[in-house]
Design a protein around this ligand. Structure first.
Ligand code: KG4
Ligand code: ZN
Length: 342
């Protein structure tokens, strides 16, 4: 079964064709980094305009790369999956209209997907053997969530960030240090030349809850650089050490507390080299298994939307979900919910 996915929730316009939720036949990503770089952040109005410019050719390229001609789409594709939320309203609407049009033109079912679910299921593109229950840490520019995946489409959210998402903290610290945008990869790269023990930034564990908080670390960096002479590499490495330690230790503690043997990680920050290394170390020490997506599938892409859409489409609830999807609006503040919750 081949599904097409369309993702436009933030600043990447992406379309992908994925077979049976696991085999990526194409995954085209048109990045807008060059548009937003000079603002050190995503400008929503510019993002939606660029999605409009890109979405048609990106879908066309994804079809072509997968070997499916436009005339064959109705026969060879089983459903159209798109990101309904959370994300920027003007960006989401472009992907939704494109997906609805595709669905109407080719007479295909429409499956709406939560962007967080996309990151959560992205690990299955590499590890099809991973079956629920597992614990998932979704860490991106917009989200930091710790979720127990009880079954496909059945979640228990343990906690989330109370302020900045981890990726947001990376981006803000990078901006403060006048580094490139997006900040995560820039800090990751510079940290390799820095001393992670140079500055002892706080580890905000918030024990007693499974929530996170990253604005305190960010403020500590602001205070430190305003009062001290410093090497940028050392501040980067020390900041990264504090963020990664917090994420890894808290996730492993949650797995232990809930007696969960399998842990998955997803979202842009899951591309971080130290995070990946520390999770691998924690796996050895704890006897639990940590599953990571391929690095290039951590940041926003449509393959993960087609993957999550596949599991949703084949679930018991699929008939209802694709019938109602055509009349659904976008949901910029969409929460992670069970598939049969509405
Ligand atoms: O998942 P994503 O593409 O978009 C959202 O859903 O937010 O994540 C983007 C975020 C940005 O904050 C970016 O700085 C961060 O992921 N990121 C990284 C790395 N690569 C991307 N953070 C740390 N280390 C990286 N290597
Ligand atoms: Zn994302």
């Amino acid at each position: 079964m081949k599904l097409i996915g369309i993702e436009t929730s933030c600043d990447e316009t992406s379309a992908a064709v994925v077979e049976n939720g696991g085999k990526i036949l194409s995954n085209v990503v048109a990045s807008q980094v060059h548009v937003h770089r000079r603002f050190s952040g995503v400008v929503p109005e510019l993002a939606s305009r660029h999605h409009v410019e890109n979405v048609n050719w990106v879908i066309g390229a994804a079809l072509k790369k997968s070997g499916i001609g436009k005339k064959d789409a109705a026969r060879k594709i089983s459903a159209v999956c798109y990101t309904r939320g959370p994300g920027l309203a003007g960006s989401l609407v472009v992907g939704q209209v494109a997906a609805q049009s595709f669905s109407l033109v080719y007479g295909l079912p429409l499956v709406s997907v939560n962007h967080i679910e996309g990151h959560l299921y992205s690990v299955l593109l590499k590890h099809r053997e991973l079956k629920p229950p597992f614990l998932s840490l979704v860490v991106s520019g917009g989200h930091t969530e710790l979720v127990i995946v009880r079954d496909f489409g059945k979640y228990r959210v343990l906690g989330g960030t109370r302020d900045d998402a981890a990726g947001e903290a990376y981006d803000k610290v990078a901006k403060l240090l006048k580094l490139d945008y997006p900040g995560g990869p820039a800090i990751d790269a510079l940290s390799k030349r820095g001393n992670p023990a140079a500055v002892n930034f706080p580890r905000p564990y918030l024990w007693g809850s499974w929530d996170f908080s990253f604005s305190g670390i960010k403020t500590s960096v602001v205070n430190y650089v305003s009062k001290n002479k410093y090497r940028t590499e050392d501040v980067c490495a020390s900041f990264q050490q504090a963020v990664v330690e917090t994420l890894v230790n808290k996730t492993m503690a949650a797995a232990k507390a809930h007696n969960i043997k399998k842990i998955a990680v997803g979202g842009g920050v899951a591309a971080n080299s130290l995070l990946r290394l520390e999770f691998k170390k924690a796996q050895k020490e704890s006897g639990r298994t940590v599953f990571l997506p391929d690095t290039e599938l951590c940041t926003d892409n449509a393959a993960m939307i087609a993957c999550a859409g596949y599991y949703k489409f084949r679930s018991r609830d699929n008939k209802r979900s694709f019938k109602t999807a055509m009349s659904e609006g976008i949901e910029p503040s969409m929460k992670l919910e069970d598939w049969n919750a509405r």
